[in-house]
Design a protein around this ligand. Sequence first.
Ligand code: EPZ
Length: 420
Amino acid sequence: MKYLQITGEQELKGSVKISGAKNATLPILAACLLIKGKVTLTNIPLVSDIYTMIELLSNLGAKCLIDEHSVCIDSSNITSTKALYEIVSKMRASILVLGPLLSRFNECEVSLPGGCAIGQRPIDLHLKALAKLGAKIELKEGYVKASGKLKAANITFDKITVGGTENAILAAVYAEGVTIINNAAMEPEIINLCEFLELAGVKIEGIGSKCLKIHGVKELKSDFTCKIIPDRIEAGTYLCAGAITNSEITITNVNPNHLLAVIDKLNELGVMLDVQEDKISTKKYKKLNSCNIQTSEYPGFPTDMQAQFMALCLCASSDCIIDERLFENRFMHVAELQRMGANISLNNHLAIVKPSKLSAAQVMATDLRASSALVLAALAAKGTSKISRIYHLQRGYEDLCLKLQSLGAKISLKDENDDK
Ligand code: EPZ
């Protein structure tokens, strides 16, 4: 088993290039299933979740060719419309193939994703939206079986859902008429998906707003290239790395407009930033203030940055309160941070984070963002920490170890077998 060894209290320096957004690439890869031809995606991140989605598409019959940070997908000859449990259970975002498969083939079977470390994460809202479009839906033997020729409808989400909005958009593509999606999620990743569909010839009104209008089509264009947006969560994580080590680092290939809530909270903590068109630098500070955070849907503070900010708040000069509003179990990192000396108390969805002297420990990653919080804490802690189960990190952070090494961090990727 691989693990990360990190010796903390090292000042960082230099610049790091941010990869393409995992959470934009995943729905766009699913969208490729709609197209009877080839499309190319550039700036894709080379992380394991992307390989899982490519494995799923290949299993359905798509031809997928990765060349460095580009992938060419040809979905001309789809041979199956069944997304198998063996693949879907590796990654919940596999559920995003439901909308495009149903829209193009009028039937599909997608395994239910099963348990998740950060909360229940039901897919009821996805299914309700598809039913509104006329799908007949059955849950049988652990699979969602959906069928029917879809027709445009007026969908209003009871609750804002990123994946639900993406599935509804994808399903609406071949539905006859204009589908209206109200209370849609407004994340930049959804905008990237809409831009991809526009390149394929779909007319979409209201891109980036809470109300989307998707004009159904009979055919889509192929042979175009779509660029994936920079990963705002990876960017935010490196800004936290600069902040927690009180260092001057620069992140490049970013879109600061996608990071406004994160930038605001860093400023509130006293971390000043030099923000330019596509790069951001952290500056040194005298002391970290405190701040309170409530996670919410975009453009609010992202739940995917909550764990990293918790690590940073441990270094603040007074108490910080973190209110997790999106997922009910997204405090798995707390017990591990406590092993590093963190003084955090939990009360339902609230975490009270007190100033703490962090010290190195052996800790275990529990989910993707929780793992990055442990890395950040280890960068600030006195001594050498060991973080195991790092496959969670590899799901969403490309070359994390190399990128941090290039900033001067004392971090190395080790194998337990070599220690014996
Ligand atoms: C996306 O998950 C992201 N994943 C998550 O990132 C992110 O944390 C989340 O959005 C919120 O920003 C991808 O984009 C692949 P939701 P998603 O549907 O779409 C409830 C990461 O670390 N809900 O917006 O699954 C749900 O339980 C990952 O990269 C229902 O009740 O999130 C949650 O409380 C983790 N019924 C809330 O809505 C449904 O049918 C928001 O979830 C769907 C969702």
